[in-house]
Each structure stands twice: as C-alpha cells, then as structure tokens.
Design a protein around this ligand. Structure first.
Ligand SMILES: Cc1cc2nc3c(=O)[nH]c(=O)nc-3n(C[C@H](O)[C@H](O)[C@H](O)COP(=O)(O)O)c2cc1C
Length: 310
C-alpha cells in the first residue's frame, strides 16, 4: 500500500510531495484521531518519567509546525517531536532545498529552519487532543546572534511549556550559519547555564540537547560534562551529517549515529534518544542494544512508510 503511494509521491518535487502528504493527512484528521486514540492507553515503555506506547518516535523536521501533532501515532509512532520551531516566523533557505537520493535511501536537506513561528505552532497544537507524548524542538531565528540564542530557545519553550512533554535544544542543524558553534566551549556553557537558571522554580519537565554526528572524542566528553553540571535530562544522537549542499540523513547515517550512542554511554549515564538511518524495527532495536532509551525516525518513514514498524 505505501509502495503505491510512494511511487506517486516520488514523481513529484520532494518538498511539494511533503506538503501534499501533510495536506492529505490533515484532510483525514478524524480518521487519524480514531486510529491514534487506540494507542493512547498503551503505555508500555517508561522513559524520562513518562509512559510511551512504543520506543520508536517521529523525529523533528517532519512536522515542523505541529500540523498533526500527536496524531502521527496513528501510523505507529510512540511519540512525536514537533519543530524545529523558531520564535518568529521565517521562510528558511531558498528552494529547492530538499533532495532525495533513492539509490542510497538518503535525503539531503538545507531547509534552514523554515518555521511558522511559535504562536502559530501553539494554535496548531491546541487543535487536537494529545494521545502520545509530544516533544518540542526549539531553535533560534536566523538573525539572532549566538550570544543571545538562549533568549530564542527559552521564548519558544516558555510559550509551549504547558503543551510539551519534553523540550529539545537543537544546536546541531547544519543549515543555520553558526548554529553548531553552540555545541562547544563558552557558547554551550552560557546556553546551558541560562537554561538551568530558567528552569529553577518551574515545574520540572525533561530537557534534551540534540547533537551533530561530527561531535566526538574530547568534544563529546566536554558536552557530557556540561550536560551533567546543568541538569540536562537527555541527548538526541544525532542530527544530519554536514555534506556539500546540506545535511545528509537516512541509511548512510546509521553507522556513525549508532556509534555515537556507544561513545556517549561510555561517558555519561544521561539517557539517549537514538536517531539516524532507522528503516525497520530491527534497526531501532540495534540502537537500543547500543544504549539508547528511545529512538526516532524520519528518512526511513519517507522511504518505507508504516512498514518501518514491522
Ligand atoms: C527534511 C528534513 C528536515 C529536518 N529538520 C529538522 C529540524 O527542523 N530539526 C531537527 O532537530 N532535526 C531535523 N532533521 C533531522 C532529523 O530529525 C534526524 O535527526 C535526521 O534526519 C536523522 O534521522 P533519519 O536518518 O531517520 O532521517 C531533519 C531531517 C530531514 C531529512
């Protein structure tokens, strides 16, 4: 069934296919609601102080503006990460900016945080009841300098604090100039310190840091130390790999992103959500075996649809 749909969608420009698919899914929201609600009570996996019906979730980037929110559970996802969301709306990079590489089962994207902005996402998320945990993936606007980045992250998180079950500081997209500098040294220290102060006195919810696959060795060790000092609850390993033209995802990312899980586990007890190149339940279980607590999928869902849950 998905193969048929894919044959149609893959004839179209990738971003147009994505928009049409989202539009189609929005049109059948009542059906998705019905399917998704069946999963609501199936809490089987305990992580980050919550129950998840499945350890496989939808990664950030598929539903940047929360158009379907937790209704993605209808396909089998145990949780959904919405975003990346910026405080103010921004268009992202010029098109074309999304490319399939079918022979490698990969995607290259240079979307550049196209976002409807936090206020629109808030309205979208309020539309449907929440049936599985929802993560809020926060970013900064393109024109916000790195020394003020914490204000953007905290603005997004603050506006959605009542709606999200966990919050992600995305410092690892390769398509926003300078963003990945926030993963290191004084930039990261300042960012995590500001977040730590903001969280004091608020109801406790999990905060996770999403990292690039290029962060390894001593750099990863430094991140682990700072996460521990600043009470970060988890890390998401990994974002896309920087290549010419944007960020690479899918099959070629599986090895390196899974390797990062093992490396992290040797450095820290902070739990990991493993993401990168999952195309089946077996791939997902391999990430759990290497030490991840939960996993996420994006490119595998584009290529395989709901068959990834088999
Ligand atoms: C088209 C596209 C858009 C993405 N947008 C985001 C994003 O906005 N924020 C983010 O944290 N990750 C984003 N990602 C990265 C994914 O969340 C994920 O980390 C990466 O693609 C690896 O997983 P995969 O191989 O299953 O796709 C995006 C990936 C793709 C392919």
């Amino acid at each position: 069934m998905y193969r048929l749909l894919r044959a149609l969608l893959f004839r179209l420009d990738p971003e147009l296919a994505h928009e049409l698919a989202l539009g189609g899914l929005r049109a059948i929201r009542p059906i998705l609601k019905l399917l998704a609600s069946r999963r609501a009570s199936e809490g089987k996996i305990r992580a980050f102080g919550m129950d998840f019906p499945d350890h496989m979730g939808l990664a950030a980037g598929m539903d940047k503006d929360g158009l379907l929110g937790s209704l993605w559970a209808a396909f089998g996802f145990g949780f959904v990460e919405v975003g990346t969301i910026t405080p103010r709306p921004q268009p992202g990079n010029p098109k074309p900016r999304l490319f399939r590489i079918p022979e490698r089962e990969a995607i290259i994207n240079r979307m550049g945080f196209n976002s409807a902005g936090v206020e629109v996402v808030r309205r979208n998320l309020l539309r449907d009841p929440k049936v599985v945990p929802v993560g809020i993936n926060a970013g900064k606007n393109r024109d916000t300098p790195n020394d003020q980045a914490h204000e953007d992250y905290l603005h997004v998180i603050g506006r959605l604090y009542d709606l999200g079950d966990y919050f992600v500081i995305n410092v690892s997209s390769p398509n926003t100039v300078g963003l990945r500098d926030l993963q290191r040294g004084d930039n990261l220290r300042r960012l995590l310190g500001e977040i730590y102060r903001w969280r004091r006195g608020r109801p406790r919810k999990p905060f996770l840091l999403k990292l690039a696959p290029e962060i390894e060795g001593e750099a990863l060790q430094e991140v682990a130390r700072m996460c521990e000092m600043n009470d970060i609850d988890g890390v998401i390993l990994t974002n896309t790999l920087k290549v010419e033209g944007g960020g690479l995802s899918g099959r070629p990312l599986f090895g390196i992103s899974t390797e990062r899980i093992s490396q992290w586990r040797s450095l820290s007890d902070i739990p990991v959500i493993g993401v990168g190149g999952i195309f089946s339940r077996a791939d997902s279980l391999e990430k759990l075996r290497r030490g991840a607590t939960l996993t996420q999928v994006l490119t595998g869902f584009v290529y395989r649809g709901w068959e990834i849950f088999r």
